[in-house]
Ligand binder design. Structure first.
Ligand code: NAP
Length: 348
């Protein structure tokens, strides 16, 4: 790394799926000054508070991984909140970073920002090339504004602000609340609860035909540190695995790990979302970075983590799953309560 390990690094959203993985990776690499602030002490939607915090703490590097995030249901039912919260958070953190002279900022965009009918796999050039997916338009508009802010701040102020566009992510610290989670943790929880309750059927939203790309979050964190170190250009960079998986295939893999005897019942009255979405990752590959964690390996690690949160490590061990692995990095040393402590993961 050319980034100084004594640099002050602020991870906004450190309790979340992405932020916690970035913190794990930073610790693993040896960064000594990782700055975090719980939402209860710093609401990133509040401009004055954000600016004051930046003036007091003077970070050198910023990973902007905070935001209001969720699956199809949360996105489509709470569009105003997704648009407002994310616009405010991104604008406040980016502007405060400029004002205090942050050396470099990495903004987390999302593959959801690309048009609904983008050519697949989606290249970086598809941004703003067509209408958005209506079910997450509010979120997408905010994320697009964040991506463009980074480029405009570079153009107008000379700020070294970059943007990564991750595909669907999963892993430790994911949100398993069925009301607001993404498809992968929702499926994992549904299969788990069916197994615990002795139910032989699991209902899954949609037809199973939609195709997505799923990336283990510790791979994403690794790519973020890589980009922070090596990428200083305008324009966002896609981050993904380059591997497409249908929801039916994903459900099948999760069933094998969690509840192999279950029958899957498709609820086709529910929306599928975009028919296909996977990212063209050739720009990132050209820079020298590729993802390493196979989906089945990542799913097993995630389920081990989930069981650990519910019942402790013995349950994961008893199920033949382990929390280890070079990329896992979960060390149980979170400064804040884990997401699982705070959300409704516990199955009664
Ligand atoms: N998850 C994915 O599949 C995915 C895919 C592509 C891109 N991304 C991007 O990655 C970023 C992080 O996503 P994630 O999945 O890690 O989300 P997440 O798990 O929900 O974490 C979001 C984090 O942001 C914090 N936060 C939210 N509102 C805040 C506020 N007003 N003030 C301070 N902190 C606030 C949350 O704090 P609390 O802990 O207090 O709730 C949480 O730590 C987002 O920008 C998202 O667009 C995610």
């Amino acid at each position: 790394m050319t980034v100084d390990l004594d640099a002050a690094v602020f991870v906004a959203g450190h309790n979340g799926l992405v932020g916690s993985a970035i913190c794990r990776r930073l610790r693993r690499v040896g960064f000594r000054r990782i700055l975090t602030e719980p939402r209860s002490r710093l609401d990133l939607r509040q401009q004055t508070s954000v600016l004051r915090w930046f003036e007091q703490n003077r970070p050198d590097y910023v990973y902007l991984a905070a935001g209001t995030v969720g699956g199809i249901a949360a996105n489509s039912n709470r569009q105003a909140e997704f648009l407002y919260d994310n616009m405010m958070i991104h604008a406040n953190v980016i502007e405060a970073s400029r004002r205090v002279g942050v050396t470099k900022l990495l903004y987390l965009g999302s593959a959801c920002v690309y048009p609904r009918l983008s050519a697949q796999p989606i290249t970086e050039l598809e941004l703003l090339a067509g209408p958005l997916e209506p079910t997450n338009e509010g979120y997408a508009l905010a994320k697009i504004a964040g991506v463009r802010l980074c480029d405009f701040y570079r153009e107008q102020y000379g700020c070294n602000f970059i943007a990564a566009m991750p595909t669907n992510l999963y892993g430790p610290n994911d949100n398993f609340d069925l009301e607001s989670s993404h498809v992968l943790p929702a499926l994992m929880r549904k299969f788990h609860e069916a197994k615990e309750a002795g139910r032989g059927q699991v209902e899954v939203w949609g037809s199973g035909s939609a195709r997505r790309e799923f990336m283990y979050v510790d791979d994403l964190a690794d790519s973020c540190l890589f980009l922070m170190d090596r990428y200083d250009e305008p324009g966002h960079v896609n981050v993904g695995t380059g591997v497409e998986t249908s929801i039916a295939e994903l459900a099948g893999m999760i069933r094998s790990i969690v509840h192999p005897d279950a029958e899957i019942v498709w609820d086709t009255s529910r929306p599928d979302g975009m028919p296909r979405r996977s990212l063209d990752v050739s720009v990132l590959a050209g820079l020298g970075w590729t993802a390493r964690t196979d989906l089945e390996v990542g799913l097993a690690r995630t389920y081990a983590w989930y069981l650990d949160q519910l019942h402790g490590d013995e349950a994961a061990t008893a199920a033949g799953l382990r929390l280890g692995g070079e990329h896992h990095g979960f060390d149980g040393k979170r400064a804040e309560p884990s997401r699982a402590d705070r959300s409704q993961v516990v199955v009664s």
